[in-house]
Design a protein around this ligand. Structure first.
Ligand code: SAM
Ligand code: SF4
Length: 385
């Protein structure tokens, strides 16, 4: 413990102190005494690299229909208790415009995984409309599940600049325990999809679920190493939360208690911040669901993004993935005012009017030579606009 605290103090002071897989595991398993040194080190790293800014990403949950059957998610295909919906383009554009008028410059369109019909064409048309209205001043983020490479390429062409796809867990055996083995839930395909995104110029986001049954600290340490190896630009990782209509709920007693899931999530954020100083990391909705002060704690652990929900009130309850996710409609202006106060309470600064590109992305574009080949719109590099 003293040895780990010493290393964390070195990191806080800006001295080299690499963390091994063993160190990561031990920190995740340590008693509460480790939290002070850990969060101090993460904040110091954040302060030296990305600064005090907190960026907003407005989330719009455009459809809850899904072809998959993940054992942890209420939206899974075989759950008959979900009223499926798909927002139309007008509704999506209205939500985006509302966010734009309030100063948001980054928007996440999220949905279940759906390939049929004209869904992708409609998303492409929305992206094109955003590009024509707002040009390069906005970043359109997509989280539509694992899509074929040619579809991802079309979405990028149409104006998508960031993509979020959690690997959920880096451990293939564990992945198979929380997904059906039916050919469409394949860890290698998910990993390949992430690597395709990373190689084709997307700002690439990933992350994991934390604290679900059978997961160990050593698996979580492996998750951190996986995210570093993938060299992501953004991360969203949050605690697993039960829902009675999911198969994983049947073994809920095998998961750590909720308070432990919160603590593990905060430690994962802090460790990732230390390992990847210049990426964007969000304080997720799930973290805020399990802890009223999840936003403040997530920022203090090293997060620098949070996501106001712009989904129209009438659809929100149908996008509940887990128990307790807020279905109440908050108005955006009060969410921003409240968010600003909460950021300031932990000495952070809420930033409006800036898409908040991860510095990591600009740096990797430069080193990979993308700029010499000509960057696509939405690939602004070298800072925060
Ligand atoms: N369908 C897309 C996908 O899976 O990538 C995007 C939408 S999906 C609802 C977004 C994330 O929700 C998943 O990556 C998963 O980690 C998270 N999620 C699903 N069920 C959850 C639960 N019970 N507790 C916490 N997070 C959950
Ligand atoms: Fe579908 Fe995503 Fe839920 Fe899995 S996590 S069932 S892919 S919405």
């Amino acid at each position: 413990m003293k040895f780990l605290e010493g290393k964390l103090d070195d990191i806080a002071a800006g001295r080299e102190a690499p963390l091994s897989r063993r160190d990561l595991t031990d920190i995740l398993e340590s008693g509460p005494g480790i939290d002070g040194p850990l969060f101090r080190a993460a904040s110091a790293v954040l302060g030296r690299n990305s600064g005090p800014g907190v960026y907003l990403r407005g989330i719009i949950e455009i459809s809850n229909a899904c072809q998959k059957n993940c054992f942890y998610c209420r939206l899974r295909r075989d759950n008959p208790g979900v009223a499926r919906y798909r927002m139309n383009s007008r509704e999506v554009m209205e939500a985006l415009t509302h966010g734009w008028n309030a100063g948001l410059r980054s928007f996440l369109l999220q949905s279940g995984e759906r390939l049929g019909g004209d869904f992708i064409e409609e998303v492409c048309a929305i992206l094109a409309e955003c590009r024509s209205r707002w040009g390069d001043s906005v970043r359109m983020v997509l989280s539509l599940g694992e899509l074929p490479a040619d579809v991802l390429d079309r979405l990028r062409e149409a104006g998508g600049s960031r993509y979020l796809l959690r690997i959920e867990t880096s451990d293939r055996g564990l992945y198979d325990r929380v997904h059906p083995c039916d050919g469409i839930h394949d860890w290698s395909a998910r990993d390949a999809c992430l690597r395709h995104l990373r190689a084709t110029g997307w700002q690439t986001g990933s992350g994991v679920l934390i604290g679900f049954p059978w997961q160990t600290a050593s698996v979580l340490a492996g998750d951190l190493e996986y995210l570093v190896d993938l060299d992501i630009d953004m991360c969203g990782m949050g605690p697993w939360i039960e829902h009675k209509d999911t198969p994983l709920d049947k073994v809920r007693e095998q998961a750590p208690p909720r308070a432990r899931r919160v603590s593990l999530t905060l430690r994962m954020i802090a460790l990732l911040r230390i390992l990847m100083p210049d990426i964007n990391i969000s304080a997720t909705t799930a973290l805020q669901t399990l802890d009223e002060e999840g936003l403040e704690k997530g920022l203090e652990a090293g997060g620098n993004v949070f996501m106001p929900n712009l989904t129209p009130p009438g659809y929100r309850a149908d996008y509940n993935l887990y128990e307790g996710k807020t279905a109440v409609a908050d108005d955006l202006e009060s969410m921003i005012t409240e968010g600003r106060k909460r950021c300031e309470s932990v000495r952070r600064l809420l930033v409006l009017g800036d898409p908040g590109d991860p510095l990591h992305y600009g740096r990797r574009l430069a080193t990979e030579g993308w700029m010499s080949g000509g960057a696509a719109p939405g690939d602004a590099i070298g800072g925060r606009g």
